[in-house]
Design a protein around this ligand. Structure first.
Ligand SMILES: Cc1cc2nc3c(=O)[nH]c(=O)nc-3n(C[C@H](O)[C@H](O)[C@H](O)COP(=O)(O)OP(=O)(O)OC[C@H]3O[C@@H](n4cnc5c(N)ncnc54)[C@H](O)[C@@H]3O)c2cc1C
Length: 504
């Protein structure tokens, strides 16, 4: 089969299309962002009789949600021991409880609506092949015991990952995220909601009402706004730029000589590897991912997809490499998502972000917390996820490290003195060079035409860097990404990179 450069979830064009907003409208709640967070929140609100408008700057589920690996689990890497040490037993327990309830809520929605979305219960397994991480996993298992998490220690696995030790969290799940979300989208419409695609939110005015301004100069007047854009497009002095960092991962779907033995796996050694399965149209696919790196810090000598292929060929008996894709997610200072009111001065603007690549359950936690806040109902998790929280440790340490990195990325590149010419670049690739004192990026397309851009990110002015795997310009500070011709693809930037004239 010919290799496809898109996620397996996009096979068959499941999600319906929606019109662009072309007039000014009024509603009760505007939800900005049509990924799993925005759709689930709009669904819960519409079911409660709230008049809701959902907008997305592209197509629904085309961003990170459409590029996920869709394990639905409360096993979020090695986290419970850390939460117990940094916060408290109660807060770690609350985190586990909220995530487990989220899994149950997803299961209930699927059952109630009889959604065919390949939902399957599976155990989730963390594994390591090195002694340092073995100690960490043993401590994590001690945390499972302390928190009454149903788990098990393992020294053997049915898949051929090199491993010394593993821990299992029982009765977790996996699904096809787009088939699931399509059904929620149908319900939003059925319950009177409105959905607009290709409608980019640009700003929010905060007076008697909220007014969401779109890039095409239309307005949505409403009482409350939910920002579900992954990185918040509107920060409102809440400084998300200084409190989160983006990281990319790569994923593939292949067939194997071996039958899939069950289970969802995460190898915690560097580079991390993730594995699950999906049966689609009679074929058993192994969905395999990893090779994480901070966005904008792509290393040209690594070639992440090639590395995944080598690992799968060696250990997982790969036969046919069929789909490949990549995506990014954000991590907060203390590793807990930010879910709740944007800040004290703007209580009618709500936000959910920073899922650290665990958005299937976190989006459900967010949708429930935000719906309860909007409806003035109590919710036991509001304080835990409050976006304005601050812990001296670990937030301060991570704040310094995140912002030192941002400061470095702001100036690096601007100081470079190298001069290059398009002759040095292979077709389909790019390089940075100096032109009259300005740093520019030059991309050479397959016809040999040169596209020159100002490499200053249009979000907050950091230097973008070239990602040769995906042929994009990526910003290492806040994760804005631009196509080789400078068009915004994702992240907080709202404007394209500026084109410049290349002078030979
Ligand atoms: C490779 C990878 C694998 C993953 N695997 C798992 C997994 O197995 N299990 C798990 O739990 N989690 C996983 N995750 C994490 C999970 O996929 C994400 O946390 C989740 O999809 C985020 O959903 P979201 O709705 O918040 O954001 P998104 O899906 O990114 O949606 C945000 C939407 O907002 C829109 N938008 C942005 N700006 C604007 C604007 N200004 N105006 C209008 N719309 C705007 C975008 O177009 C986009 O559609 C993975 C993440 C990655 C990167």
């Amino acid at each position: 089969m010919k290799q496809k450069h898109f996620p397996i979830w996009q096979e068959g064009d499941i999600m319906p299309a929606f019109p662009q907003l072309k007039e000014n409208i009024k509603t009760e709640v505007t939800v900005v962002g049509g990924g799993i967070t925005g759709i689930t929140t709009a669904y819960l609100l519409a079911k409660k009789g709230v008049k809701v408008v959902l907008i997305d700057r592209g197509k629904l589920t085309n961003a990170t949600t459409g590029h996920t690996t869709a394990k639905i689990t409360a096993q979020h890497g090695i986290i419970y021991h850390e939460f117990m040490s940094h916060f408290s037993h109660e807060e770690a327990a609350l985190y586990y409880e909220s995530q487990s309830e989220a899994l149950k809520s997803i299961r209930n929605i699927i059952q109630e609506n009889q959604i065919e979305c390949h939902f399957e219960e599976q155990d989730a397994i963390l594994l390591t092949n090195n002694d340092k991480n073995r100690r960490k996993l043993e401590q994590e298992f001690e945390a499972y015991t302390a928190l009454n998490i149903d788990g098990e220690e393992l020294t053997q696995l049915p898949v051929a990952f090199p491993m010394k030790y593993a821990i299992k969290m029982k009765n977790q799940a996996q699904f096809h995220p787009i088939s699931y979300l399509k059904s929620l989208v149908d319900e939003i419409i059925e319950n009177g909601g409105e959905i607009y695609e290709n409608t980019s939110a640009y700003d929010i005015e905060n007076a008697d009402h909220r007014i969401v301004r779109t890039k095409d100069q239309h307005s949505i007047i409403c009482d409350q706004v939910v920002i579900a854009t992954q990185f918040p497009f509107f920060e409102g002095e809440a400084f998300y730029s200084a409190r989160m960092y983006p990281s990319r991962s790569y994923a593939v779907a292949f067939t194997s000589k071996n039958p899939y033995p069950g289970g969802m796996y995460l190898d915690v050694d560097e580079p991390v590897h993730s594995l699950r399965t999906l049966k689609l149209d009679g074929e058993e696919y192994w969905i395999f991912g990893g090779q994480n790196h901070k966005t904008g810090q792509y290393k040209h000598d690594v070639a992440p997809l090639q590395k995944l292929k080598e690992f799968a060929s060696k250990h997982l008996k790969l036969t046919d490499w069929q789909y490949e894709w990549s995506a990014q997610d954000y991590t907060t200072l203390d590793k807990l998502p930010y879910i709740g009111r944007l800040n004290k001065n703007r209580p009618e603007i709500l936000v959910a972000t920073g899922y650290r690549k665990w958005g299937m359950t976190n989006s459900m936690v967010a949708a429930k917390v935000l719906t309860d806040l909007i409806l003035n109902k109590e919710n036991p998790y509001i304080d835990l996820y409050r976006p304005t929280r601050f812990h001296a440790d670990p937030d301060l340490k991570q704040f310094i490290s995140t912002n030192t990195n941002v400061a470095k990325e702001l100036v690096s590149g601007k100081l470079m003195q190298d001069k290059h010419t398009p002759k040095e670049i292979p077709a389909g690739s790019a390089i940075k060079t100096k032109q009259h004192g300005q740093t520019i990026g030059i991309y050479k397309d397959h016809e040999g035409k040169v596209h020159a851009l100002d490499t200053t990110c249009t979000h907050l002015g950091c230097e973008v860097t070239w990602n040769d795997e995906e042929k994009t310009w990526d910003c290492p500070c806040h994760g804005s990404r631009f196509a080789c011709d400078g068009k915004v693809i994702e992240g907080p930037a709202l404007e394209d990179l500026k084109k410049v004239e290349y002078r030979k």
